[in-house]
Design a protein around this ligand. Sequence first.
Ligand code: NZQ
Ligand code: ZN
Length: 391
Amino acid sequence: MDNFILRAPTKYIFGRETEKSAGQQLKDFGAKNVLIVYGGGSVIKSGLLDRVRLSIDEAGINHMEIGGIKPNPTDDQVYKGIDLVRSHGIDFLLAVGGGSVIDTAKGIACGAPYEGDFWDFYCGKKIVDKALPVGVVLTIPAAGSEGSGNSVITKRDGLIKLSLRTESALRPKFAIMNPELTFTLPPYQTACGIVDMMAHIFERYFTNTPDCQVTDRVAEGLLTAIMEEAPKVIAKPNDYQARANIMWCGTLAHNGLCGTGRVEDWASHFMEHELSAIYDVAHGAGLAVVNPAWMTYVATKNPDKILQFAIRVMKVNDEGMSQEDIIREGISRLKEFYISIGMPVTLSQLGIENPDLDRLVNKLHEHKGNPIGNYVRLTPDDTRLIYEMMA
Ligand code: NZQ
Ligand code: ZN
């Protein structure tokens, strides 16, 4: 196990009707002038935005809004938010939505106090040392941004999707998590979220760092819980307990716990970010295609952890089977699981019939370096083969 520091100070307010405490939370954190950030309208339709506004009014806090944030959020919305913050003396951002909304709020939060272009942080030119505080009312368990210090934004010029990672500067001060708010999620979005949270665990589980028994078992436990609860929320969207379990898994998958003491990978996420940047597919659906292909490829070079995953998580009975067969069966079960919750497992099922492999591979390594990943270091030749395996 490697040395590590885990600083995950977000305050979680979890359970039924907790959104009513939004105003009080903001007050406790000293907010005076709040910018509410929201998406394409689901929070208006569900009445959530009205309830949050009321709660903030009751706390006597000023607020204004920026809405219309789209999935795979883009830099234009961040620039718009930065202008609003500067011209109205905003001192706190409240994201009401999912990863796209939260990440936009984080982009605004670090961009507003900075004299230069906020994109400097995303392309690695500058490190965030100052940011406005961010609070969250979460509506979809998926990206884990409610508990992470990260934000992912796409620059429209060149369709460059990059993630900014901070240890604590962009971790939300608080995250309100009411599983009832997720009852209205379309099954496809529910499933995308499930795939994404599993992928956040995979990126940390597949490591060469030895002797991380605790972190391994935490990861395996979360993956098992997700796969047990997933069919329940797909079959019965109003199953509060199953929704609650899935929601908490989404946070624990990505708040740093599963990465403690080990080197992480992230090649699959980088490969997916190119797909969602170019083809605007949902991040989770893209990962359902990338993850099995990546596993199949890296298992030919470094099988140990994929084997452990097949046996411990996918419950392949190893008696009398070769190592290759166990791995093949484990990955095949993972694909069956994705299909069972309505996810694509090939690029064509994802709606990408003729992927531009040159563009994908070139952009990938131009933005993320060469090689990428750690479990197996992947060169452009490797990543091209992995993209080809997704066909
Ligand atoms: O925009 P609205 O109308 O709200 O609809 C959204 C959107 O269409 C809908 N939705 C959300 N909550 C709902 C709901 N519909 C009905 N009822 C509800 N309760 O769901 C759609 C997807 O929302 P989005 O915020 O895009 O989803 P998600 O949370 O999956 O976020 C995806 C983004 O996060 C990034 C992804 O790359 C992608 O851009 N990621 C961010 C990470 C981070 N900050 O740490 C890590 C992740 O790996 C990921 O890369
Ligand atoms: Zn993700």
